[in-house]
Ligand binder design. Structure first.
Ligand code: FE2
Ligand code: FE2
Length: 232
């Protein structure tokens, strides 16, 4: 079974890790994710620009929220029975709640920072790009994950690992697409809560690594609850 090294909160060589991501083929997407990416390409274009990453971040929070809510509901069901709840089940719910909260917060900082950078650059918000499509995608993605988590939790961990792998690679490739980002200095009030990065390129490298950690966590969880090896 896979065991990964995590990078969050550690002083890592961002460039070396970025190159590892670029050399790695990434996980295969499933049909649902491919449909979502096609809709995003259609509305935001194929280029890797800030407003497209905003939607990725908006969506990224939902599986974590779905696990948190789903686990709390499971706890409610377990603790309202005429017999004592099974500790193994309760511990699993707690583990998913903790994992969901921690990763949800991390995605939240990505979202806040990117939004602030969009404001600083005077990017205009539009009805379809910034209201309609994000809401439609977020709603569908949330309820789909909730359903998967309720019926067969491993399906939602499998899908999330693939989504995070896509995000990891999109952030890394965006740095390749924008060589000028190496010199583009950035600042955000949210660096009070998130590791401070000096340039746009390093911010994208750091976020890409966070997404890799998320991918690994879902991958390990899939294997832990099924006892089967994950298929990349
Ligand atoms: Fe993210
Ligand atoms: Fe993520």
């Amino acid at each position: 079974m896979a065991q990964f090294e995590y990078t969050m909160g550690k002083d890592v060589d961002l460039r070396a890790e970025w190159e590892k991501t670029l050399d790695d083929p990434g996980l295969r997407s499933n049909g649902i994710l491919r449909t979502m990416y096609a809709a995003m390409d259609l509305i935001y274009g194929k280029n890797r620009e800030l407003e497209k990453f905003m939607v990725i971040e908006l969506l990224a929070r939902y599986p974590y929220w779905a696990w948190e809510t789903g686990s709390y509901l499971r706890l409610s069901r377990q603790y309202t029975k005429t017999r004592f709840p099974d500790k193994v089940d309760s511990d699993l719910a707690w583990h998913h709640i903790e994992m969901g909260r921690r990763s949800q917060d991390n995605e939240q900082w990505h979202l806040f920072i990117l939004d602030e950078l969009m404001r600083q650059r005077g990017i205009k918000r539009k009805f379809i790009k910034h209201f309609l499509l994000p809401r439609l995608l977020a709603w569908s993605y949330y309820y789909l994950t909730r359903l998967m988590y309720r019926i067969k939790p491993e399906l939602s961990f499998d899908m999330n690992a693939r989504f995070e792998s896509h995000a990891e690679h999109e952030y890394a490739k965006a740095v390749v697409d924008h060589p000028q980002w190496e010199e583009e200095k950035i600042d955000s009030s949210y660096f009070e809560f998130y590791p401070r990065m000096d340039t746009m390129a390093d911010l994208f490298r750091r976020i890409s690594l966070d997404e890799r950690d998320h991918k690994h966590e879902s991958w390990e969880e899939y294997e832990r609850i099924t006892g089967r090896a994950f298929t990349p």
